[in-house]
Write a protein that binds this ligand. Structure first.
Ligand SMILES: NC(=O)c1ccc[n+]([C@@H]2O[C@H](COP(=O)([O-])OP(=O)(O)OC[C@H]3O[C@@H](n4cnc5c(N)ncnc54)[C@H](O)[C@@H]3O)[C@@H](O)[C@H]2O)c1
Length: 276
């Protein structure tokens, strides 16, 4: 007698962009642990294959597909390759992103366009290309990795914040336009996460300790923390959640008032931050 699978994504085909490392790799691995068959998309071919091997070593199915998400022709080719080798994805996780330090007063148009082309246009291109088969099938899920910076300014990060606010708006618009076709669209907004993107910062002496002070959870986030939220939004457990965002930041955004002195409100008997 066969038993129903307890994996929330059993045999669902999932495409994850920017999955050669960092948060994208964490999401790809987590989806596979829930039974997903994963297409690992990245412009970093070697890294994409490494993620694929991590997944297949665990006994799950994965393929690596080289793709520059900012290039329409590359996205079309990647979608065709995934369809031919795995089938049409029911889940797309838009995650490939870049960041560059830059001051708005002096940043060039080409720098501005570069960030937007990957962080926002790339998300649109992938949603449009992969969404076609989802709408035809009458079911599909889009999960977009945006950022806490969709809400909060990050001085000297150039177009990064605007690109992430744009992703949040794009996601809501996709939710509204495609809900009648059975397609959901939601965002995960990571806070501070240690990945190859941010490693140069965290490996500097004292930076991690100074950042952790602002995070009630008492630690910097890891790709797995973001992956758990992405898996939830990709799975049928979130069937009635559409057009919204989950902030995954260890309480960082809620902690603003603790950063200022407040005479009479201090407590000396608080436990040290919880490390889990
Ligand atoms: N690390 C953080 O603290 C943090 C916080 C908030 C949001 N985010 C977002 O999470 C996502 C993943 O970030 P990360 O920290 O894992 O970054 P990362 O640099 O460690 O990994 C990003 C991956 O995306 C790929 N990529 C970049 N441009 C691409 C393109 N044009 N086409 C295909 N692949 C491309 C890279 O090759 C890399 O494998 C990004 O959207 C980022 O903005 C990260």
């Amino acid at each position: 007698m066969s038993h129903p699978s307890h994996e929330s994504l059993a045999d669902r085909i999932c495409a994850v962009t920017g999955a050669a490392k960092g948060i994208g790799r964490g999401i790809a691995v987590a989806l596979s642990r829930e039974g997903g068959r994963v297409a690992v998309l990245d412009k970093d071919e070697a890294g994409a294959h490494e993620t694929m091997r991590l997944i297949t070593a665990g006994g799950a199915t994965a393929i690596a597909v080289t793709c520059d998400t900012s290039d329409p022709a590359s996205v079309v080719a990647a979608r065709k390759e995934v369809a031919a080798r795995l089938g049409d994805p029911e889940v797309l996780v838009n995650n490939a992103g870049i960041t560059r330090p830059s001051a708005l007063e002096s940043m060039s148009l080409s720098e501005w366009n570069l960030i937007l082309s990957v962080n926002l246009t790339g998300y649109f291109l992938c949603a449009q290309e992969f969404g076609r088969a989802m709408r035809a099938a009458g079911r599909g899920v889009l999960v977009h990795v945006a950022s806490i910076m969709a809400h909060y300014a990050n001085p000297f990060a150039g177009a990064y914040g605007p690109s992430k606010a744009g992703v949040m708006s794009l996601s809501r618009q996709l939710a509204a336009e495609w809900a009648p076709y059975g397609v959901r669209s939601n965002c995960v907004l990571p806070g501070l996460v240690r990945t190859p993107m941010t490693e140069a910062m965290y490996s500097q002496p004292g930076i991690t300790e100074r950042r952790v002070v602002s995070v009630p959870a008492g630690r910097i986030g890891m790709p797995e923390d973001i992956a758990q939220a992405a898996v939830f939004l990709a799975s049928p457990q979130s069937a009635y959640i559409n057009g919204t965002e989950i902030l995954v930041d260890g309480g960082f955004a809620a902690n603003l008032m603790s950063l200022i002195p407040r005479a009479g409100f201090e407590r000396s008997d608080m436990p040290s931050p919880h490390h889990s």
